[in-house]
Design a protein around this ligand. Structure first.
Ligand code: GLU
Length: 492
């Protein structure tokens, strides 16, 4: 039997099948939770398929795009551990390419100049509204004669360019999340504007649907994974792919993220940008873990607490839900506390030390710092909780109501005087657990009181309140600076 050797074009086609996905954020604001979740799904899919994850900065809205937002987007993705495989494509640098494509569409008579003015369009929409019709462009300038065009130009009108959408045209695709999707041309709002107004002898700024198709095609994107708010854009973009005779990518529309009231998560919900979550003290590990769960269900037997690098092995669109995802603060907080509780003291200190420094708090030694974070870590939910919890180890706390009550007990002063006296015989920096326990037992015996009374009085003197982490360990930490002595002294 003869073995068929594939021809070169066939091999090229195989190579082209390598998965290439992209995130295409507009730098008109900080990296939004929804965009970051889209980034994650793209990244996870690329990893799973051994493909590439790319970035494209959609900065064609010159007025609203800002360099600082581009930086924020890069930083946010880096922070989450989402790396990209090639230099980001900057959309505004490709404007000549986009205009070339518009010219092609014009020359093929698939697009035309529309001279309708804004007041005319407003009036058209008003009439449609009055008649109970959905607002749409009525294609009024689709077939202008050269004379009519000339007349409009003479009037000084600047046209937009519109791409022809056939009302009868059926558009369908197999969505990786939503299955078979179908649209009919007449539901797409009439012929689509693909460039802004400009003098008739030029081409105005190319618009979103056109540039996305041009760029996704040039970047050889195989799968377009984005939020479901883009579904109608997808229908329009498919028409452009067809008109330009380009390969149509596979689409996956991910569910929206809703707030607890079931409305689309927005600025009004307070925090929505990744940098804000970071500032609040969420860890990148918990954020990435939680965002993956926003719309994706873990396969059976897989724990909901995971690292994204591991979960990429089992990520698939079959488990991405069609229904919107509700943002659940309790779950995010739970995941964040898990991440913190699993951290080694060295790692936790790494995250907290910059925050301590911001407050002017210096660590006597790294070992002391690790001892401190090991003590407070188990009760932390957010990294920032570490500030409040570490504060009494650096700054003398005020005496709270419960502490005051305890210290007013007549035995309290006797106990504390005894302890202070004994402490003068002990070397502060080497004060250890055995000595601390011994001293508490001695005070219990000598002052003839219950051990609980000794412990509570000691805690009230050292921290001004009756609640806090392990007393013995806390005391040892304080004694490193002899702070235990000064604090006891101030209350007796
Ligand atoms: N710049 C668009 C956005 O931020 C990109 C949409 C797309 O992925 O095509 O929504």
């Amino acid at each position: 039997m003869r073995v068929r050797i594939p021809s070169v074009p066939y091999l090229n086609k195989l190579r082209a099948l390598k998965v290439r996905v992209r995130l295409a954020p507009s730098p008109t604001g900080t990296l939004h939770l929804g965009t970051a979740r889209t980034a994650l799904f793209n990244w996870l899919f690329a990893k799973k398929e051994g493909g590439s994850f790319l970035l494209r900065i959609e900065d064609t809205d010159i007025e609203r795009s800002q360099e600082k937002y581009i930086k924020n987007i890069y930083q946010g993705l880096n922070w989450l551990g989402i790396n990209w495989d090639e230099s980001p494509v900057i959309q505004s640098e490709r404007v000549n390419e986009h205009k070339k494509i518009i010219k092609t569409l014009l020359s093929k008579k698939l697009a035309y100049r529309c001279y309708a003015t804004e007041p005319e369009l407003d009036e058209m929409r008003e009439t449609q509204k009055r008649n109970g019709e959905a607002p749409r462009y009525d294609n009024r300038h689709r077939d202008l004669s050269p004379e009519q065009e000339l007349e409009f130009i003479k009037q000084g009108r600047e046209p937009v360019i519109r791409f022809i959408i056939n009302d009868q045209k059926l558009i369908s695709w197999n969505d990786l999340v939503r299955g078979k999707m179908s649209w009919i041309g007449k539901d797409l709002g009439g012929d689509m504007v693909i460039s802004r107004r400009a003098p008739a002898d030029s081409i105005g700024d190319p618009l979103y649907n056109l540039v996305v198709v041009a760029d996704d095609s040039t970047m050889k994107i195989t799968h377009v994974i984005r939020g479901e708010d883009h579904i109608s854009n997808t229908a329009k973009q498919i028409l452009l792919y067809e008109a330009l005779n380009l390969n149509i990518p596979i689409f996956a529309h991910t569910p929206l993220i809703l707030n607890s009231e079931g409305k689309k998560l927005s600025k009004r919900d307070g925090v929505t940008s990744i940098s804000e979550f970071k500032e609040m003290g969420y860890t990148p590990e918990a954020m990435a873990n939680y965002m993956t769960l926003l719309g994706w269900s873990v396969p059976e037997g897989v724990n909901e607490r995971f690292k994204i690098s591991e979960i990429s092995k089992v990520f698939s669109f079959e488990k991405v839900n069609k229904a919107s995802a509700k943002f659940d603060w309790d779950k995010l907080n739970w995941l964040n506390s898990q991440v913190i509780h699993e951290m080694s003291p060295i790692n936790l200190l790494d995250r907290l030390e910059p925050l301590f420094k911001n407050n002017g708090w210096e660590l006597p030694t790294q070992e002391w710092g690790q001892h401190l974070v090991a003590l407070i870590g188990p009760s932390m939910t957010l990294i920032n909780d570490g500030i409040d919890q570490a504060k009494p180890f650096f700054e003398e706390p005020s005496i709270k109501e419960d502490g005051k009550k305890q210290l007013e007990k007549k035995e309290a002063k006797i106990i504390l005087k005894f302890i202070l006296e004994e402490l003068t015989k002990i070397n502060a920096p080497t004060f250890n657990e055995n000595q601390a326990i011994g001293l508490i037992n001695q005070a219990t015996k000598s002052c003839e009181v219950k051990k609980g009374l000794v412990m509570k009085s000691l805690r009230a003197s050292l921290f001004g309140t009756l609640s806090g982490p392990d007393l013995i360990q806390s005391w040892i930490l304080l004694s490193r600076f002899s702070k235990d002595r000064s604090r006891i002294r101030r209350v007796i």
